[in-house]
Design a protein around this ligand. Structure first.
Ligand code: ATP
Ligand code: MG
Length: 392
């Protein structure tokens, strides 16, 4: 029965001359999300509002689920359009609308008419009154409440007449693309996809880098990361995923540095390489899934040691989150199932029995000097063999 959706978005940050940027980005992201849904749609900006019109048959639930992945949408209102065939016909349509949408009609309601086309014979007040009467006649179990109605029935007189009353919550946030771009360090774990999702929700476009260590990490481990990127891309739009071959660097560190410092030094090289790619691709920051205290490499001391090698800001949206809360989000965004697949991770392979939890920066720097002979060359080779996968 519904033929369109009115898209509601938060007004915050949308005022003034940035408004059209926000709206254009929202329209673009809506189109991207709908491409994955059955049916064909037109997305239009009219009178400071965004509408999605269905041009063919479509699957209502799938379409709503698609729109619920578009950051910047605060509410999705399914709309019925009817031609203006006089007020009497409109009354019949509204009565039918209420019957179809509300099986239980023991509810209060209020009619909110809006006359965008001023030549309509009744004004808004008159429409409210008359339509209220028609609804009460049809459904005596309903009653009017103008202050806090269960059902706010919107009737908008435009080129056609729009009827809507339901608001399905959207994901909130800002449209991706309004906030610059950042480089996500994406592993196969639970945390980093959630971290990327959270930053994207603030309007930031996401690129990603994955450190792969064949043959210690398998093709399947890499495929898992691609799959995770795809799940995040359902919200963000296409993700440029850089796969960096990290094996030689890891082996070299393993060979030259104390094993209990391996993870920290390795993480420092990950950050350096990620930052290098970020700068080349116009990213304005890095994103990781780190959370204080989760593992030895995420104590305050370790984070300080990892952070030291970066000049770009490092965004760690999960920094104060408990694992349980992160898991909740990963279930909600549908990455959890993939994240828990048991493929090896490059960090766990060479991991020491007793990694340092309070690395001393001076000592770490000193031990990194052991790498001076070959590390620049290895890093350069890793960058040169960057495999770019565009994940949609
Ligand atoms: P995750 O669940 O995101 O893998 P984790 O709890 O396993 O995190 P670590 O392995 O210490 O934590 O990694 C911390 C962060 O470093 C990750 O959230 C991710 O951003 C980044 N990271 C770790 N390993 C890789 C990798 N192989 N490729 C890219 N980024 C990585
Ligand atoms: Mg991990």
């Amino acid at each position: 029965m519904f033929t369109a959706f009115l898209i509601k978005y938060a007004e915050i940050g949308v005022k003034g001359k940035n408004r059209y940027l926000f709206e254009d980005a929202l329209v673009r992201q809506i189109k991207y999300a709908l491409k994955k849904c059955e049916g064909s749609f037109a997305v239009r900006k009219t009178d400071g509002r965004i509408y999605v019109d269905a041009l063919s048959e479509f699957d209502f639930d799938e379409t709503v689920a698609g729109l619920q992945k578009v950051f910047g949408i605060s509410g999705i209102c399914p709309v019925v359009y009817v031609e203006d065939e006089g007020f009497e016909k409109l009354g019949e349509t509204v009565v039918r609308y209420i019957r179809d949408v509300y099986s239980d009609r023991h509810k209060t309601f209020k009619v909110a008419a809006r006359r965008a086309r001023k030549n309509y014979p009744l004004n808004s007040m008159e429409i409210n009154m008359e339509m209220g009467g028609i609804i009460l006649d049809a459904y005596p179990e309903m009653s009017v409440d103008v202050h806090r109605p269960d059902i706010l029935l919107n009737i908008e007189i435009r080129d056609k007449i729009y009827i809507y009353s339901e608001i399905i919550p959207g994901p909130g946030g800002m449209p991706v693309g309004t906030g610059g771009k950042a480089m996500l360090l994406l592993s196969g774990g639970i945390d980093s996809p959630v971290a990327g999702w959270m930053i994207a929700k603030r309007g930031v476009k996401i690129d990603a880098v994955y450190f792969h260590a064949p043959p210690y990490t398998s093709e399947r481990a890499k495929q898992k990361v691609v799959d995770l990127a795809r799940k995040v891309a359902a919200y963000t739009g296409p993700i440029y995923l850089h796969v960096i071959n990290f094996t030689d660097i890891q082996l070299y560190i393993y060979d030259k540095c104390p094993h209990e410092e391996l993870t920290i030094i390795m993480r420092r090289y990950m950050m350096r390489i990620a930052e290098h790619i970020a700068r080349e691709t116009e990213c304005l920051g890095l994103i990781t899934g780190e959370s204080i205290g989760q593992v030895a490499s995420q104590t305050m001391h370790s984070l300080m040691a990892t952070n030291e090698v970066c000049q770009l800001p490092v965004y760690r949206p999960l920094i104060g989150f408990d694992k349980m809360d992160i898991v909740d989000i990963s279930e909600k965004i549908n990455t959890y199932e993939t994240s828990i697949l048991p493929y090896e991770d490059c960090c766990t392979i060479f991991v020491a029995k007793h990694p340092v939890t309070k690395p001393n920066l001076n000592i770490i720097r000193k031990h990194e000097k052991n790498l001076s002979e070959k590390i620049d060359e290895l890093v350069q080779r890793a960058l040169d063999t960057d495999e770019l996968i565009i994940v949609q």
